[in-house]
Design a protein around this ligand. Structure first.
Ligand SMILES: [Zn+2]
Length: 349
């Protein structure tokens, strides 16, 4: 009897500690820690609490002293307010590891970046997330919170709950400071351990669909622990994030993989899965590397199911891809590469 009672108390305590409000508190705490690392950027910042995410947006000149966010603030738990100026000299040391990412000239042409030939239509005028002021900026940040919530839900369904902090600096220079030592040049966003850093100028140029793809891609990196993972093959890390990113986008394959489709139609089918160097900034086939990786993961999900794709991702964390392929898909690197090439040929010809 006593044991049962004790268990009930413990279970209740556990629920209280891990329930939605505890998760929201820990997200707010994490947001404050990140802000303290850069008081020069975040003093006077706007904080917006979504249901699964926290938006921290740097104050911009011309912003009113207090903003209202009717459609977000009306929800329980949501809030919009100016943060107290963050205290200097209290920086915590973590959260600096950064994965990639989405380049406006390479792999991210598919996201409606500044590069030519974007397969995703450009966003409607005035809907840029960081661009507006006053009411339009309030709407933009509320829109960002909704997209980040939705992206967290999608990534969380595959990998377990994820609650990211979305950092929206005011300028490209600030984004570079936050992402250092990784470069943010030409990128729309990068993922750190538990936060997404938005490059405001590039992100503002994305279409609505492109914003969802980018946010879901980056939040998938967070859910997968990619910033702390140096062993999983790069193609699997990026392909998996793009698989989740494009999963519900409705963007046709040939459009999302436009650069690779052009090569395939010209009779140039890739021979090998892309290596780490193919994802480096300035790589001549950066867009194609992302597209090849995406289609490899899409192939796994179609042929074996999403659970198998997640199992492959987790198994490959050990660093032995061959063993991971064998254990989760019952095939080896050569057989997998051949099947992936046939899939690419079939989908893009
Ligand atoms: Zn990525």
């Amino acid at each position: 009897m006593r044991v049962v009672w004790l268990w009930a108390v413990l279970a209740g305590l556990l629920a209280a500690l891990t329930g939605p409000s505890a998760a929201a508190d820990s997200l707010a705490r994490r947001g404050r820690e990140l802000m303290r690392e850069h008081p020069e950027i975040w003093t006077g910042a706007v904080i917006l609490r979504g249901e699964r995410s926290l938006i921290v947006a740097a104050r911009r000149p011309g912003l009113p002293a207090r903003i209202t966010l009717p459609d977000v603030a009306a929800r329980p738990g949501a809030e919009a307010r100016f943060a107290r100026p963050a205290a200097a000299g209290e920086a915590s040391g973590d959260g600096t590891a950064v994965v990639d990412d989405v380049s406006g000239t390479g792999g991210a042409a598919a996201f409606g970046g500044s590069g030519g030939g974007s397969p995703v239509p450009a966003g409607s005028a005035g809907s840029g997330v960081p661009g507006g002021e006053g009411d339009s900026r309030s709407r933009d940040l509320a829109d960002l919170a909704r997209r980040a919530d939705r992206a967290s839900l999608v990534a969380g369904r595959l990998l377990g709950p994820v609650r990211p902090v979305i950092l929206v600096p005011a300028t490209t220079e600030q984004a570079a400071t936050l992402s250092a030592p990784a470069s943010v040049t030409g990128l729309a966003a990068v993922a750190a351990v538990d936060s997404v850093i938005v490059e405001p100028a590039a992100f503002a140029r994305l279409s609505a669909a492109g914003r969802d793809v980018v946010l879901t891609h980056e939040i998938t990196h967070i859910a997968a622990g990619a910033a702390l993972d140096g062993r999983t093959p790069k193609w699997l890390v990026e392909g998996f994030a793009d698989y989740v990113g494009y999963r519900d986008s409705g963007i046709p394959v040939a459009r999302a993989a436009a650069e690779l489709a052009e090569e395939v139609r010209a009779g140039r089918l890739p021979r090998e899965l892309p290596g780490p160097g193919d994802f480096a900034a300035g790589s001549p086939r950066l867009a194609q590397a992302y597209e090849e990786a995406w289609l490899a993961c899409r192939y796994v999900a179609e042929r074996y199911g999403e659970r198998a794709l997640v199992a492959l991702y987790r198994a490959a964390r050990g660093g032995d891809l061959s063993a991971a392929l064998s254990r989760t898909l019952g095939t080896g690197p050569a057989g997998f590469t051949a099947a992936w090439r046939a899939y690419v040929q079939d989908r893009l010809r």
